[in-house]
Design a protein around this ligand. Structure first.
Ligand code: S3P
Length: 448
């Protein structure tokens, strides 16, 4: 198991760096190009293990997916050209791969099995399985260990007998979830009848943007989306798309720049879709030094360079519609809160309990290890900002990439070297995280 030894920064972080390509958009671009007709090109692909899991899953269904230097060529099989996989599809740590594939596999005329690693095999799947079953899908899974009526992987998707189709669906979700929404829309491409999804507040809308650009008959109104395939020819043209940089990965570097005195960091080409910018908005409210310099569009998504430097931080209240727009950045937001003046309260974030780890519990342990006062709420955290240097800590990531990276950022503000254990998981989303921080001037040793 690999550990990081992170030394407190004695000099500023400086430089201009890229981040991996957007993980969410990467999954969607791979899956949709596999359903298109012809050869698609996905440029700027610099992804972690999660996106590679999606690529491998599509290959297992007979789609040619060739990844070469920062570029993927996918030869689409068309909506009805996927072939039965010969073995269980291993989604690794990737919840997005598994949940979106459920939507794609449910309408197929063949059987498939989806498995994942220990963390993914504990994550609740009924939120996708239940609406899919309501429209006629046949999916079985393992009962969840502690949540009655929930299911976990391995999941068996039995497919549909010849001549049977998925029906119309009206779904009103209790929590905003782009994975659920996207799975239902993917299944809706094959359904006989419309798909209507309403979220409490709008979650990331990359799937909707991409489907619209491919001519799929889809309408959106705020948190409502409706896909009606009636009269559609079920053909999507191959496309050429350049991926934006991942806003969630960029958040770690922005936070690091806030925590190390004198820093000047630019993160280039980051996606700034408003459904993903909650972290930037909260950081600005907290007083962070941050300028967003728009750089046009990539593949129908806004892109910007982010310039960050340290400024005195004040506590914030984070809840409501901001939560889905910052859902993956809430751990690293805790790092800002740890260094802010006053008490930060995060609420409406019970979803964090079912991410790669229970992020409310893991972050509470990590923050306390660094000497930061933290109270765990059922749906959030209360964090007491600490203005004196953080304590050197030894913390475990619990296999959660975003917890590992947040701990590394916190360690930069420590009063001695800190050890972050179990960091191989960082490769799921940001394989060059350590290299990028080192390039900016951080001192980090890797211990095996
Ligand atoms: C994602 C949606 C979010 C997010 C995840 C990626 C996506 O999950 O946390 O990292 O790409 O659709 P939920 O849909 O469970 O909120």
């Amino acid at each position: 198991m690999t550990s990081l030894i992170v030394h407190p920064s004695t000099r500023p972080l400086t430089g201009s760096v890229p981040v991996p390509s957007d993980k969410s958009i990467g999954h969607r671009a791979l899956m949709l190009s596999a359903l298109c007709h012809g050869k698609s090109r996905i440029r700027g692909f610099a992804a972690g293990d999660d996106n590679h899991r999606t690529a491998a899953a599509l290959r297992a269904m007979g789609v040619s997916v060739e990844v070469s230097h920062r570029e993927v060529i996918v030869v689409g099989a068309g909506l009805f050209g996927l072939r039965p996989p010969q073995a269980a599809i291993d989604c690794g740590n990737s919840g997005t791969t598994l949940r979106l594939l459920l939507g794609l596999l449910a309408p197929q005329p063949f059987r498939s099995t989806l498995v994942g690693d220990a963390s993914l095999s504990m994550r609740p799947m009924m939120r996708v399985v239940s609406p899919l079953r309501r429209r006629g899908a046949r999916i079985d899974g393992k009962p969840h260990a502690s949540r009655a009526h929930d299911l976990v992987a391995p999941l068996d998707v039995l497919g549909l007998p010849e001549g049977e189709y998925l029906g119309a669906l009206e779904h009103e979700g209790e929590v905003a979830s782009a994975q659920v929404k996207s799975a239902l829309l993917l299944s809706g491409l094959y359904a006989h009848g419309p798909t209507y999804v309403r979220e409490p507040t709008l979650s990331r809308d990359h799937t909707e943007r991409m489907l619209l650009s491919l001519g799929v008959p889809l309408e959106t109104m705020g948190p409502i989306v409706r896909l009606d395939p009636a009269g559609w020819n079920a053909q999507m043209p191959a496309f050429d798309l350049e991926l934006p940089g991942d806003a969630s990965a960029a958040a770690f570097l922005i936070a690091a720049a806030q925590l190390v005195p004198g820093s000047r960091v630019t993160v280039r080409g980051v996606g700034t879709n408003p459904t993903r910018t909650g972290f930037l908005e909260v950081s600005r409210d907290m007083g962070a030094g941050l300028v967003v310099e728009p750089r046009g569009e990539r593949g129908g998504e806004p892109v910007a360079d982010l310039h960050a430097w340290p400024a005195p931080l004040r506590a914030a209240r984070v809840g409501g519609e901001l939560v889905p727009r910052a859902v993956d950045e809430l751990p690293v937001l805790c790092a800002l809160a740890a260094r802010a003046y006053g008490q930060t309260r995060i609420s409406d974030a019970a979803e964090l309990r079912v991410k790669e780890s229970d992020r409310l519990a893991t972050m509470a342990v990590v923050l306390r290890a660094f000497g930061v006062g933290c109270e765990e709420l059922p749906d959030g955290l209360v964090i007491e900002g600490r203005t004196e240097p953080l304590l050197p800590a030894r913390v475990a990531s619990r296999g959660d990439h975003r917890v590992a990276m947040t701990a590394a950022v916190l360690a930069l503000a420590g009063s001695g070297p800190s050890t972050i254990e179990d960091v191989d998981c960082i490769a799921t989303s940001f394989p060059r995280f350590v290299g990028t921080l080192r390039a900016l001037g951080a001192r980090i040793d890797v211990a095996h």
